[in-house]
Design a protein around this ligand. Structure first.
Ligand SMILES: Nc1ncnc2c1ncn2[C@@H]1O[C@H](COP(=O)(O)OP(=O)(O)OP(=O)(O)O)[C@@H](O)[C@H]1O
Ligand SMILES: [Mg+2]
Length: 174
């Protein structure tokens, strides 16, 4: 089974996907680590952000085993998987989490905007998508929820909607 865990930075991909991998007895991989081990996939670095070459996708397909949990924010270079888990987070909570990490204001707003428009679910044609709101619930519960949705095949792509009117003030602070 190939599972991709994605979502806006700060939604809890690393925390949750490590636990999910453990619960499913699957190996855990992260594109951040794979990129660090393969500097040839880095096109350039701009303002501390790595610009990644599209060949990352081929590398992942060659490198990854038959079954895994892959933690990635690079949905556009994702390999073919069976299930995509998109972690979501209430935008004010997400902004707080990113502030705690000392992200600059514009970076926080960019990520909050991506969360509001559900960029990660919208970027895939796949139907087998599980969205989980990580705002309040601890990760053990999140993992149980993910496994239940997988078992019941109750895919819920696009069902978590943040009311953009409520968050427009947050975006105006950009
Ligand atoms: N359910 C939760 N409740 C409260 N805080 C959480 C929850 N899940 C994760 N966090 C916190 O949110 C922060 C982000 O988590 P994590 O590093 O797993 O996110 P990420 O999606 O992997 O981020 P990145 O894309 O930058 O790697 C961490 O400080 C983590 O402790
Ligand atoms: Mg992470």
């Amino acid at each position: 089974m190939k599972i991709l865990v994605t979502g806006t930075p700060g939604t809890g991909k690393t925390t949750n996907s490590k636990k999910l991998a453990k619960a499913l007895k699957l190996p855990y991989f992260s594109t951040k680590e794979i990129i660090n081990d393969n500097p040839n996939v880095v096109e350039s670095v701009e303002k501390n952000v790595k610009i990644i070459k599209p060949c990352l996708k081929k590398l992942l397909e060659k490198f990854l085993p038959h079954s895994y949990v892959l933690d990635t924010h690079l949905i556009e270079y994702a390999p073919k998987v069976d299930v995509i888990v998109v972690l979501r987070c209430e935008p004010f909570t997400l902004a707080k989490r990113l502030k705690k990490r000392n992200y600059p204001k514009n970076k926080i707003m960019e990520n909050v905007e991506a969360e509001i428009v559900n960029y990660f679910s919208s970027s895939t044609n796949k139907n087998k998508v599980i969205e989980i709101d990580t705002s309040k619930i601890q990760s053990d519960e999140n993992v149980r929820k993910i496994m239940k949705i997988m078992r019941d095949k109750k895919w819920n792509k696009g069902l978590i909607v943040w009311d953009d009117k409520k968050y427009s003030k947050l975006l105006l602070k950009k």
